[in-house]
Design a protein around this ligand. Structure first.
Ligand SMILES: Cc1cc2nc3c(=O)[nH]c(=O)nc-3n(C[C@H](O)[C@H](O)[C@H](O)COP(=O)(O)OP(=O)(O)OC[C@H]3O[C@@H](n4cnc5c(N)ncnc54)[C@H](O)[C@@H]3O)c2cc1C
Length: 332
């Protein structure tokens, strides 16, 4: 039986786990952190190609993933749904990206530049504010990380996969020598594990606030980066994107995020707020999906460097990793 060890239990490792286990591989995940402790768990996790390179490959992986996630949205237990995403600019005209046209992107009208939250209590409604000058809308998959990571983990174990958490490697050669093929899905950890000095921690902080009756998600990439993503049981307010390794939430950032989102939404700042931080694994020369050799001669297939698009590219990248592995198996 074909066997692989997967290092990493974020969205990259879990998606590879599902793809490999369902293809008949005996797959085992090893990871220092699992579930809600990973960077993946801190993500807003809406489908959108953001902060990842190179553009042409990212779009191709993203469109493959779009199709798979859209199918998954048929199953509410997966934590995937389809939502309208409204992308705005604070000044000037926003261009609809070329790839978005085939997904039905449409410009927003002037009267859609101010947001009204239908369910907001009358006394908390201070808006609306006309915060934006232009925008477009597109229907995209949204993965609720509070459900989706567990869904992937359960689907993986149902297909025969094993997950071993709490295991930290200093180098990939430490993976049990019984495994001849190793998938490196270690996110920012690949700086050490693949000695990749190109990886940059694009730190992102979000605030989790109580559920809002917002019928669409909002993103504005102009500074200050702002997004509001309504989920089943709460709403993700974002965000930040700075080069830093600090995984502790900063109170001042939480306050700034909540203030700006509340201003845009025209509501009073919510009181119950939790903060999450993750390190987007950004790699200037692009997401690395590539076969290489370890110092001990074993094969490694790298799958890291997804920056701000790890969910958006997850299935496309995992399928390419599988193709690389199948080629190795076929070559004997
Ligand atoms: C605030 C924020 C918002 C985001 N929003 C979106 C979004 O809307 N859409 C989107 O597509 N993406 C988004 N992203 C990006 C996305 O979260 C990442 O691209 C993705 O989580 C990367 O997943 P990963 O599995 O590669 O890495 P991770 O989730 O970081 O997982 C890495 C795994 O490797 C393990 N590991 C690392 N080093 C070692 C080691 N030495 N030994 C053993 N195990 C190790 C870790 O413990 C972990 O299990 C966002 C990110 C942030 C921070």
């Amino acid at each position: 039986m074909r066997e692989v060890a997967i290092v990493g239990a974020g969205v990259s490792g879990l998606t590879c786990g599902v793809v490999f286990a369902e293809e008949g591989y005996r797959a085992t995940i090893f990871a220092e952190e699992t579930g809600q402790r990973t960077t993946s768990a801190a993500a807003g996790a809406i489908w959108y190609p953001y902060d990842a390179e190179p553009a042409d490959k990212v779009i191709a992986w993203s469109l493959d993933t779009y199709a798979l996630l859209t199918d998954l949205a048929e199953n509410p237990a997966s934590g995937v749904s389809t939502i309208e995403l409204r992308c705005f600019a604070r000044a000037g005209d926003i261009a609809i990206p070329r790839w978005a046209h085939s997904l039905g992107a449409r410009p927003l009208a002037t009267n859609q530049m101010a947001i009204v939250v239908p369910g907001a209590a009358e006394d908390s409604r201070v808006g609306p504010n006309r915060s934006f000058t232009s925008g477009f809308a597109i229907d995209v998959p949204l993965t609720d990380t509070t459900t989706y990571l567990d869904y992937l983990a359960n689907r993986f174990t149902r297909a025969g996969g094993l997950i071993n958490g709490g295991i930290r490697f200093e180098q990939l050669e430490q993976v049990n020598s019984a495994y001849h093929v190793i998938l490196n899905c270690s996110g920012i950890g690949a700086r050490t594990l693949a000695s990749d000095a190109e990886l940059e921690p694009h730190r992102g902080q979000v605030a989790i606030v109580p559920k809002l009756d917002l019928p669409y998600a909002i993103v504005c990439n102009d500074p200050p980066l702002m997004y509001a993503i309504p989920r089943t049981n709460d709403c993700v307010f974002g965000g930040t994107n700075d080069i830093s390794d600090d995984r502790e939430p900063l109170a001042a950032e939480t306050a700034a995020i909540v203030t700006e989102c509340a201003r845009v939404l025209g509501i009073a700042p919510p009181e119950q707020v939790a903060a999450r931080v993750g390190l987007r694994p950004f790699r200037g020369s692009g997401i690395r999906v590539e076969r290489a050799r370890l110092n001990d001669g074993r094969t490694v297939i790298h799958n890291y460097g997804h920056g701000g698009a790890g969910f958006t590219t997850s299935w496309g990248c995992a399928q390419e990793v599988l193709q690389l592995s199948n080629k190795i198996a076929a070559a004997g």
